[in-house]
Design a protein around this ligand. Structure first.
Ligand code: F6P
Length: 360
């Protein structure tokens, strides 16, 4: 019989994490009489045995708050954990320590709220016999096994608001305004916010760009008397035959590549091509911060409730997911197999093209 749950939030934060934690604790305590223990700072807390007992008081008043009351990090993988030995940083497999902590605390099932990196680690623990339930989170919306991840809607809303603001200043100065948004190897945030924010050009990793086509679009607009243009660039966008722009690499992270900088490159090249002034705004971590939208509060709550039901009833080694209108469960192993990408021939791209948006 299941008596105690562990829960942790891993990877980059996303608005809605607190909604899941709150729903897990409320469902577990009220409906199943379980205890819940929350590990601090993702898998780091699991290895170091840093935890807190989660009571109703601890999760009260957190639904509307961004971030995570448990803390998170996108570096410390227990299977490849950084330790200092003889003044040197090396990496060791400390998964056995983590499992011992789970056993000592009497935790029956671990709920891991994370993106593909954290859920892959959860899957590795599942292979070692731990009962695990995954909850998909990421602003990037790049997890294939769920229609949507929570955090995405808030990020898109933030990016759309930024585009609305850029529009007025672009129009006043007759400039090209470029907004670089996050999303890693997927163009979801760029595509959704670009459509919602009335962008003229959207550049995404799934459709490598040719800036001559962007120049043509800007000139067509000029001919119609529109002296400004709004361009949304996904951080993973790349030219035809070219590479993504890497900002830095983070040692020890399950995905060490950090993208960034393509907006500036596009600005410089477009100014050369068109002679027009271009300005770049990099929206960065604003997309991860702040209060979750109503949609993300509801989705995260539904995921948290289902995660507890699944933790009690099994099967474990699964992840909760949204399929259509339903919250379902899928195999964790299948969920982390590949990333969800924008379909260049899909309906969304067709709709965007039909309304005149150029993809370079
Ligand atoms: O996966 C979420 C995300 O915000 C990506 O969109 C972005 O590329 C990355 O994380 C940034 O990571 P960090 O917080 O390490 O800068």
């Amino acid at each position: 019989m299941i008596k105690k749950l562990g829960v942790l939030t891993g990877g980059g934060d996303a608005p809605g994490l607190n909604g899941v934690i709150r729903a897990v604790v409320k469902t577990a305590l009220h409906n199943y009489n379980l205890e819940v223990v929350g590990f601090q700072d993702g898998f780091y807390g699991l290895v170091k045995n840093n935890y807190q007992v989660l009571t109703i008081d601890k999760v009260s008043g957190i639904l509307h708050k961004g971030g995570t009351i448990l803390g998170t990090n996108n570096r410390d993988n227990p299977f490849h954990f950084p330790v200092m030995e003889n003044g040197k940083k090396i990496y060791r497999d400390l998964s056995a320590e983590a499992l011992k902590n789970i056993e000592r605390l009497g935790i029956d099932v671990l709920v891991v709220i994370g993106g593909d990196g954290s859920l892959s680690i959860a899957n590795d623990f599942s292979k070692k016999g731990l009962k695990v339930i995954g909850v998909p989170k990421t602003i990037d919306n790049d997890l294939d096994a769920t229609d949507v991840t929570f955090g995405f809607d808030t990020a898109v809303t933030t990016a759309t608001e930024a585009l609305d603001k850029l529009h007025t200043t672009a129009e006043s100065h007759h400039r090209i305004m470029i907004l670089e948004v996050m999303g890693r190897y997927g163009g979801w945030i760029a595509l959704y916010s670009g459509i919602a924010g009335g962008a003229d050009v959207i550049l995404i990793p799934e459709i490598p760009y040719d800036l001559k086509k962007v120049k043509q679009k800007i000139e067509e607009r000029k001919a119609q008397g529109k002296l400004f243009s709004i361009i949304v660039v996904a951080e993973g966008a790349k030219p035809i035959g070219g590479q993504m722009t890497v900002a830095k690499t983070i040692q020890g992270s399950s995905d060490p590549i950090r993208l960034g900088g393509v907006g500036q490159l596009v600005a410089e090249q477009l100014t050369q091509l068109t002679g027009l002034e271009a300005r770049v705004t990099v929206l960065g971590h604003l997309q991860r911060g702040g209060s979750p939208t109503a949609y993300d509060r509801i989705l995260s709550t539904r995921f948290g409730v289902k995660a507890v039901e699944q933790a009690v009833e099994g099967p474990w080694g699964t992840m909760v997911a949204l399929h259509g209108q339903e919250i379902v469960c899928v195999q964790l192993a299948q969920a982390v197999q590949h990333l969800k990408k924008v379909d260049p021939q899909g309906e969304l791209i067709k709709a965007a093209r039909a309304t005149g948006i150029c993809f370079g």
